[in-house]
Design a protein around this ligand. Structure first.
Ligand SMILES: Cc1cc2nc3c(=O)[nH]c(=O)nc-3n(C[C@H](O)[C@H](O)[C@H](O)COP(=O)(O)OP(=O)(O)OC[C@H]3O[C@@H](n4cnc5c(N)ncnc54)[C@H](O)[C@@H]3O)c2cc1C
Ligand SMILES: NC(=O)c1ccc[n+]([C@@H]2O[C@H](COP(=O)([O-])OP(=O)(O)OC[C@H]3O[C@@H](n4cnc5c(N)ncnc54)[C@H](O)[C@@H]3O)[C@@H](O)[C@H]2O)c1
Length: 453
């Protein structure tokens, strides 16, 4: 039997980062992967979706800037966008990822891993032993709620088919106006598809600030997306010609050539041996502050599988914390930019970037906040993002403690703005102190002057 210090199941961002960190610190590590090293994120989620969105964003910016605008005479080249997407996902070939593991001397075991006992994992016919720990990082799969007819649709898309599409359909119905739904609606609409977007909640992105949702809704409508909020999909049918009709609970319906299911995620725990340690297959794996499964000191669960925060960067963060715990360091996440308050960016045009509380969650948590708001591009730096690059920056300041507890910024290319807010929140920097953090001129970061006064 082969023996390692740590065996990691799943080579997505969480599993890879954990394996690499442990191996860099001298541990003997194996990582088990049944599809592609890099996980959902690299091939069917973050990377291809951003590749489909970015060309439109670049085009929109050029069109907003006199001088550049005159040079833009055509529309997006759809074939070139798809080809660039394929380049970014390495044509679904993971060989470019392997040297990173090899450099760290991580042993890659190809195949489906299952927990088979305490500190034991089977992959096919082989059983391997972990001297110190097993890390479970199998990610998540698209959620398929019990909507009548949903499982009978031939050729329905999930994020996998949408992000790797070789052709743009003429029309598409997107079920779910969360992050996948809005990003994919924008991508396909701007690539020439007529999209209808259905969201059961009152508004798109129901977990973000209402102003962000209003601005994004207006933008998507401007691109031509047909938005139907406040009504749930209840039944799906397919005609003989393949057209799909989604019926909603208000009696209306929407029809399209394709159906994209973007209704959330479920953890990949149906077939990974969690029953061996008394857990229920198909359910989230609950963890303690070290991302360790209670009652099993040798078992950690990282990334989407524990449901704490379904983002690549947070899975990687958990991986660093858990790896350090195995290495004897006793730190854990203890700040206000974790879980539901994690940093998050919706890569639409305008982007929605947020960290910490929203006004709604701060009120629910009983935090009395002062709301400070300004226009994202309403300063000298904003001039260079072109005409009508609208957006709003909102900070929530805890009145009692004088620190920022939430920030939401909308606008063109605001994603990289967010980290300053994350630092302010995680570092609990007093707002009075932030007055001495001077943004360069002329940058849009001068929005921070509004906060610090
Ligand atoms: C369309 C879309 C866009 C997204 N965009 C972003 C974004 O821009 N930014 C962001 O931060 N997040 C984004 N996300 C979320 C992000 O993709 C996930 O949070 C992230 O991939 C989770 O990482 P993970 O390592 O937990 O799991 P995964 O990336 O799912 O990787 C898990 C790996 O484990 C493997 N595996 C599973 N079971 C087994 C087994 N039994 N044996 C062996 N291997 C196994 C799988 O094949 C997979 O390779 C997006 C999600 C979607 C759907
Ligand atoms: N840019 C990014 O970082 C990024 C991009 C995509 C996904 N993600 C991650 O992936 C996760 C999953 O995304 P998602 O969009 O699949 O899930 P989600 O939970 O964000 O959104 C699903 C939406 O479907 C709606 N819904 C559920 N049932 C419905 C019904 N019957 N009819 C109509 N609407 C219904 C819900 O109200 C919800 O708004 C996100 O929470 C996020 O963490 C991140």
């Amino acid at each position: 039997m082969r023996t390692f210090d740590v065996v990691v199941i799943g080579a997505g961002p969480a599993g890879e980062v954990a394996a690499g960190r442990l191996a860099e610190r001298g541990l003997d590590v194996a990582i088990v992967e049944d599809r592609l090293v890099g996980g959902e994120c690299a091939y069917w989620a973050c990377m291809p979706s951003k590749a489909l969105l970015r060309p439109y964003e670049a085009l929109a910016e050029a069109k907003r800037n006199p001088g550049a605008a005159e040079a833009v005479t055509g529309a997006l080249d759809v074939a070139a966008v798809l080809a660039r997407r394929d380049e970014i996902i390495h044509d679904l070939d993971d060989s470019a990822q392997l040297p990173w593991l090899e450099d760290r001397k991580v042993t890659l075991i190809r195949g489906h891993g299952r927990i088979s006992g305490e500190r034991r994992v089977t992959v096919g016919d082989e059983e391997v032993e972990a001297r110190k720990a097993v890390f479970l990082a199998p990610g998540s799969l698209p959620l398929m709620p019990p909507i009548e007819g949903l499982d009978t649709i031939d050729g329905a898309w999930t994020n996998r088919e949408a992000t790797t599409a070789k052709q743009i359909p003429e029309s598409m119905v997107v079920m779910g106006g969360g992050v996948v739904g809005v990003e994919m609606s924008q991508a396909f609409q701007t690539l020439g598809c007529q999209v209808t977007l259905i969201e059961g909640a009152r508004r798109l992105l129901p977990n973000e600030e209402e102003f962000a949702c209003v601005q994004l809704t207006e933008a998507l409508e401007h691109y031509g997306v047909n938005i139907r909020t406040g009504r749930k999909a209840t039944k799906v049918e397919q005609a003989d010609d393949g057209m799909v009709t989604v019926h909603m609970d208000d009696g209306t319906s929407a029809t399209g050539e394709r159906l994209l299911i973007a209704l959330g995620r479920e953890p990949s725990t149906k077939d990974v041996g969690v029953e061996v340690v008394g857990l229920e297959p198909g359910k989230l794996v609950e963890v303690d502050e070290h991302h360790r499964v209670p009652g099993h000191e040798w078992l950690y669960a990282l990334g989407d599988v524990n449901g704490i925060s379904l983002f690549t960067h947070m899975g990687k963060y958990q991986a660093r914390l858990a790896a350090d715990h195995v290495l004897g360091e006793d730190h854990s996440a203890q700040h206000g930019a974790n879980g539901k308050q994690s940093p998050r960016v919706v890569f639409t045009e305008p982007q929605v970037a947020a960290v910490g509380h929203t006004s709604e969650t701060a009120a629910d948590a009983g935090i009395e906040v002062e709301i400070v708001e300004t226009s994202t591009s309403g300063n000298a730096g904003g001039s260079f993002y072109g005409r009508n690059a609208e957006g709003t920056a909102r900070w929530l300041v805890d009145k009692e403690r004088g620190v920022v507890v939430g920030c939401t910024i909308t606008g063109a290319e605001v994603a990289d703005f967010l980290h300053a807010a994350t630092i302010a929140i995680v570092g609990e920097v007093p707002v009075a102190r932030l007055a001495h953090a001077v943004p360069s001129f002329p940058t849009r970061s001068e929005i921070w002057l509004k906060l610090a006064g």
